[in-house]
Write a protein that binds this ligand. Structure first.
Ligand code: PGA
Length: 257
């Protein structure tokens, strides 16, 4: 049976179930979480920093893990506005997203910096979800595989093989994020296979590889059924109780297929 990772990235939003006025929907979602975790799947919710404790209370007893959308590479110091991996671990966080394309774009994060963040996360016992992916121009120029291989290489050169063993990669083509246009299963299979090969060549044997970019209740079955897809990083759809529940249900279904 396959074991999937389903990660909800709330970005700078408050998800529906945090302040839910619909107890039945909320109960159904929490029951689905409990079922999925009981069957060996990993469910991670990544709210904004200020909602972390609240989310931890909401999912208490379900086995859902808490993740952060970012961290700094140092554990303390004069870094205004930042949050360190040790502080996140202290709050009960066990996962952290690093290298999301929105941060690469808006905060000018480089592969080297992302490698440092992943290393700091690993050193503090957090599992990094390392985001990689090509822009639309890079895809049009036929550079997708080159781009994602270079991203893996840079991060590998900072963290090393042994450290990366505890990480997860999320392949997120930039053009598919928040656009409603997910990559096709052929594009996903091709990229995931290339990532798998690239990791194996560097001695990282069984790195889970998630797909992210407009994953929805409608396409989750198709995406999760792809051979090298180990799960999904879900943005927009993770804010809705019904859509996110449906994606977790897909994971449960696909694992039995
Ligand atoms: P999306 O976002 O599901 O809204 O496309 C995915 C992500 O940014 O991780």
């Amino acid at each position: 049976m396959r074991h999937y990772f389903i990660v909800g990235n709330h970005k700078m939003n408050v998800s529906e179930f945090e302040n839910s006025q619909e107890p039945e929907l909320k109960k159904r979602l929490l029951n689905t979480f409990t079922k999925a975790v009981g069957e060996g799947h990993t469910i991670v919710l990544c709210p904004t920093f200020v909602r972390m404790e609240h989310i931890a209370d909401v999912v208490d007893g379900t086995g859902v893990a808490l993740g952060s959308q970012n961290c700094h590479w140092e554990n303390s110091g004069a870094y205004t506005g930042e949050v360190s991996p040790s502080m996140l671990a202290e709050m009960g966080c066990t996962w952290v997203i690093v290298g999301h394309s929105e941060r690469r774009r808006d905060q000018c994060e480089t592969d080297e910096l992302i490698g440092k963040k992943a290393l700091a996360a690993l050193t503090n016992g957090l599992r990094p979800i390392i985001c990689i992916g090509e822009s639309v121009e890079q895809r049009k120029r036929g550079k997708t595989i080159d781009v994602i291989s270079k991203q893996i290489d840079s991060i590998h050169s900072v963290c090393g093989r042994l450290m990366l063993d505890a990480s997860v990669i999320a392949y997120e083509p930039v053009w598919a994020i928040g656009t409603g246009i997910s990559a096709t299963t052929e594009q996903i299979e091709e990229a995931h296979l290339a990532i798998r090969k690239c990791c194996r060549e560097r001695g990282i044997l069984d790195m889970p590889i998630l797909y992210g970019g407009s994953v929805s209740a409608d396409n989750a079955d198709e995406i999760l059924s792809c051979q090298h897809v180990s799960g999904a990083l879900v943005g927009g759809a993770s804010l809705s109780m019904e859509y996110f529940r449906s994606i977790v249900e897909s994971a449960i279904r696909c694992a039995h297929a």
